[in-house]
Design a protein around this ligand. Structure first.
Ligand SMILES: [Ca+2]
Length: 315
């Protein structure tokens, strides 16, 4: 058996040697791409297609021909690193969290906070007084028209908007009195302190400071819809704003004080701080702030961040 098997092996060897071409063609190595049999050839061939092999001529070739060696990295390609900047920039943009508009004021108080807020609100886009009233009551822009109605800041009375600047018996209240710093532009037409009011309540308030009256309802010199005019405890005449809108008035005053560098008298400020706490911003007030910012490109920060009031000890 052994001799027989050995003969068979020898026979196979002889047969295979005589047919070497057929034997090697079946070898698995022949599946490897031809290029790899001679790795230097292609590079040399590519280079040989060019007039010279030095870098300078590569550059000339790139400049003069429309078929540069795209896939071959060389020193000349390095300046193309500029092309990689945009993806890098994008990568840097992506992780950036959106910065809140007031983030840079974190930790600031009193004068520093006032200065930071003033920087944000001053230099707003000033409207004319006519434009301001059109923005409030106009047919197109309607900051203060809700469901076709305009509501008095003081009395809560309503009138149907008619597109005029003095709808019904309404006119425009300067909550910071004109004679005390709001008679010139841009303060005159600054929407953040303008409110619709009945002409009656507007006249009664006149230039009175805001404050809590010692009277109540009909015992006051005047009252309508929860607002009152009378004497404050142990003091002079004041105008008390109804519960639902007293915070709006307080925040308008804080804004005006910061924006126009005007101080608020101590008694009045004390009242306004209380009103601010009693009537925090609601959706309507925030929506009004949004609307106003569309027109004059600044916001009332005390509506956005009510806590700012507590970080300012004296307006
Ligand atoms: Ca309110």
């Amino acid at each position: 058996m052994r001799r027989h098997r050995l003969c068979l092996v020898l026979f196979s060897l002889v047969l295979c040697t005589s047919m070497s071409a057929a034997c090697t063609s079946d070898a698995p190595e022949n599946n490897i791409p031809v290029d790899n049999n001679d790795p230097n050839n292609d590079q040399n061939n590519d280079d040989n297609n060019e007039p010279n092999n030095d870098g300078n001529n590569d550059q000339n070739n790139d400049l003069n021909n429309d078929t540069p060696d795209m896939g071959v990295p060389d020193g000349d390609d390095e300046p193309d690193g500029d092309d990689e900047d945009p993806p890098d920039a994008d990568m840097e943009d992506e992780p950036d969290e959106p910065e809140g508009p007031y983030d840079h004021l974190d930790g600031l108080e009193d004068r520093d906070l006032v200065a930071g807020l003033r920087e944000m609100v001053e230099d707003h886009r000033s409207l004319t007084y006519g434009q301001a009233r059109d923005a409030m009551y106009g047919r197109v822009a309607r900051i203060d028209v809700i469901d076709g109605q305009i509501e008095c800041i003081y009395t809560g009375r309503k009138v149907t908007a008619d597109g005029t600047r003095t709808p019904g018996n309404f006119n425009t209240e300067h909550s910071w009195p004109r004679s005390e710093g709001a008679d010139m532009e841009p303060a005159l037409s600054d929407l953040h302190h303008l409110f619709p009011s009945t002409s009656d309540s507007n006249e009664v308030r006149a230039t009175l400071p805001y404050g809590d009256t010692s009277c109540s309802g009909s015992s006051c010199d005047w009252d309508d819809g929860g607002s009152e005019q009378g004497r404050r405890q142990g003091g002079g005449e004041v105008f008390e704003v109804r519960q639902a809108r007293r915070g709006d008035i307080a925040r308008a005053h804080f804004y005006f004080s910061v924006r126009y560098r005007l101080s608020i008298e101590a008694n009045e400020e004390q009242t306004l701080r209380r009103w601010h706490a009693q009537d925090p911003p609601d959706d309507l007030e925030r929506a009004r702030n949004d609307e106003i910012s569309r027109f004059q490109r600044n916001r009332n920060p005390f509506i956005d961040v009510p806590e700012f009031v507590d970080r300012i000890s004296d307006f």
